[in-house]
Design a protein around this ligand. Structure first.
Ligand SMILES: NC(=O)c1ccc[n+]([C@@H]2O[C@H](COP(=O)([O-])OP(=O)(O)OC[C@H]3O[C@@H](n4cnc5c(N)ncnc54)[C@H](O)[C@@H]3O)[C@@H](O)[C@H]2O)c1
Length: 404
C-alpha cells in the first residue's frame, strides 16, 4: 500500500477475464477514489499488455506501465497486490514470484492447476505472511447468497436430500476451432469439470458443506479438432462427465455435462430437501438463475425475486452493506473489492486459497475417480493420497520429480 492506504495493484495476465477485473476496479475507483492504483500490467504478450493498457487508460485516466516478465514487473513497479489472471498452469509460477517479492495475491479460479500447485501457493503465502485470495465471483451473486440462506438459515427446502444438475447438448465436432490453452491438459489441468466447474464446486461447498465421496465417469466421445498456427491439433480434455457426489451432511448429488449428445438437448437442475425443492433454470455451473422457483410439498411456489427480497430483508442494512458494499451486485466487482479490503485491513478474504483449493479438490476427485474407475474419498484426494490423474500434469509443470 502507499502512504495514503492506496493499494498499489498489478494485473498479471491481460486476457479475457482480466478485462472484467479492470472494469470492476474502475467501478470501485469511482466509488472510492484512491482505494487502488494500477501500477503495472504484466503479460507474456506485449501486444495484449499494450492493448490492455489502452483500455486501462480509458477507464482509469492513466496508463499503467506494461511488462512482459513478472520478475521485472515486481522489481520495477513494486506492486503490493497482484491480481493473477493467467492460464491455469501459470497460476502457481506467477503467484510464487509475487508472494516472494512481498505482494499479496488474488488468483483466478481454479486456484492451482492441480492440488500440488495449490498447496505450493498456500505454503508460500503462509511462509511470507501474505494474503492469498481466490477470485471466485459466482457465490457472491444475490441469487447465490439467497440460496445459501434458504438452505442453511431459513431451511426452506428442509434437510437437503438429493440434487440433479444435468446438461446434454451437441456441439458439432467437425467445425475446427482456434487453438486455446484450455484444450491442452498440461496447461489447463483438465476441461470444464475444473474450468466453469470450479464455480459449481465452490457453490456446492458454499451451499451444502464438505464433500464425502465421489464416483465419476469422465470421457471424450468425439475428437475436437483445433487449428494451432495452421496445424490441426485435438482437444485433450473431456467433453462429458457423470459424477455422483455425496456430502458429509447426507446429501447426494448427480452432476453431469456433455456436449457430445446429438439429437436432443436438455438441462435440468433441481435441489431436493425434505420439505420441497428449488427448481433452477439455466446451466449446471453458475446458478441459481433469476427464474428459479421454490416448490414446497404442499404445492406452494415462491419465485426467486420474492426469495431474494426476503433474504435481503432478513440480513438488514449491516448485512447488505457487508455483502454488497456500495450496492455492488456484480460478483467480479465484489471479489475485487473484497481482495482490496483484505489487503488494506490485513484480514482474511472471504474465499481464500484454502477455499479455492478445497473447491478444486472436488473437481480433482471427479478426475481421480474416473481414472481409478472407483469411488474415491474426497479427503484422500485433498490430502494427496490419490493423485494418479494429476501426477503427469504435475510432472509437466515441474511440481513432481521422477518418472511414474
Ligand atoms: N471468473 C470467471 O468467470 C472466469 C471467466 C473466464 C476465465 N476465468 C479464469 O481466468 C484465468 C484466465 O482466463 P482467460 O479466459 O482470461 O484467459 P486468456 O487466454 O484470455 O488470457 C490469459 C492471458 O494470460 C497471458 N499469460 C500467459 N502466461 C502468462 C504469464 N506467465 N505471465 C503473465 N501473463 C501470462 C496470456 O498471454 C493471455 O493474455 C483462468 O484461470 C480462467 O479459468 C475466470
Amino acid at each position: 500500500m502507499g502512504e495514503s492506504g492506496t493499494v498499489k495493484l498489478a494485473i498479471a495476465g491481460c486476457g479475457g477475464i482480466a478485462r472484467a477485473h479492470l472494469t470492476a476496479y474502475a467501478r470501485i475507483n469511482e466509488k472510492e477514489p484512491g482505494k487502488l492504483r494500477l501500477v503495472a500490467l504484466n503479460d507474456v504478450s506485449k501486444e495484449s499488455a499494450e492493448a490492455f493498457a489502452d483500455e486501462a487508460e480509458k477507464l482509469l485516466g492513466y496508463r499503467p506501465p506494461v511488462f512482459q516478465d513478472t520478475r521485472e514487473m515486481l522489481r520495477k513497479a513494486k506492486p503490493k497486490a497482484v491480481d493473477i489472471c493467467t492460464p491455469h498452469s501459470e497460476h502457481h509460477r506467477v503467484a510464487l514470484e509475487c508472494i516472494r517479492s512481498g505482494a499479496d495475491i488474488m488468483v483466478e479460479k481454479p486456484f492451482g492447476v492441480t492440488l500440488r500447485a495449490s498447496k505450493t501457493i498456500i505454503a508460500a503465502g503462509k511462509k511470507h505472511g501474505r494474503i492469498v485470495a481466490t477470485a471466485e465471483n459466482i457465490r457472491r451473486g444475490v441469487n447465490q447468497r439467497t440460496m445459501h440462506w434458504l438452505v442453511n438459515e431459513a431451511k426452506l427446502i428442509g434437510k437437503p436430500r438429493m440434487f440433479y444438475a444435468i446438461h446434454a447438448s451437441w456441439n458439432d465436432p467437425l467445425k475446427p476451432r482456434r487453438w486455446h490453452w484450455r484444450i491442452e491438459k498440461n496447461l489447463s489441468g483438465g476441461g470444464l469439470v475444473l474450468d466453469s466447474g470450479a464455480h459449481f464446486c465452490d457453490s456446492m461447498r458454499y451451499f451444502f458443506g464438505e464433500v464425502d465421496r465421489v464416483y465419476a465417469f469422465v470421457g471424450q466421445f468425439e475428437k475436437w479438432p483445433h487449428d494451432k498456427n495452421g496445424e490441426t491439433v485435438y482437444s485433450e480434455v473431456e467433453d462429458s462427465w457423470v459424477a455422483l457426489i455425496s456430502f458429509e451432511n447426507g446429501l447426494v448429488g448427480t452432476w453431469s455435462w456433455t456436449m457430445a449428445a446429438p439429437g436432443h438437448s436438455f438441462t435440468k437442475v433441481v435441489y431436493y430437501g425434505s420439505e420441497g425443492c428449488l427448481l433452477d433454470s439455466g446451466d449446471v455451473f453458475h446458478g441459481p438463475f433469476d427464474n428459479a422457483v421454490l416448490i414446497l410439498k404442499d404445492g406452494t411456489q415462491r419465485n426467486m425475486s420474492e426469495l431474494r427480497e426476503e433474504f435481503l430483508r432478513s440480513i438488514g442494512e449491516e448485512g447488505r452493506n457487508r455483502l454488497f458494499p456500495h450496492g455492488f451486485t456484480d460478483g467480479i466487482t465484489l471479489e475485487c473489492y473484497d481482495f482490496l479490503e483484505a489487503v488494506q485491513k490485513r484480514r482474511r478474504p472471504e474465499v481464500d486459497g484454502e477455499d479455492g483449493m478445497r473447491a478444486k479438490a472436488i473437481a480433482e476427485a471427479i478426475y481421480e475417480s474416473a481414472k481409478l474407475r472407483a469411488a474415491v474419498r474426497y479427503r484422500d484426494v485433498l490430502n494427496g493420497r490419490i493423485s494418479k490423474y494429476q501426477d503427469p500434469i504435475d510432472r509437466a509443470n515441474g511440481l513432481l520429480k521422477g518418472k511414474r
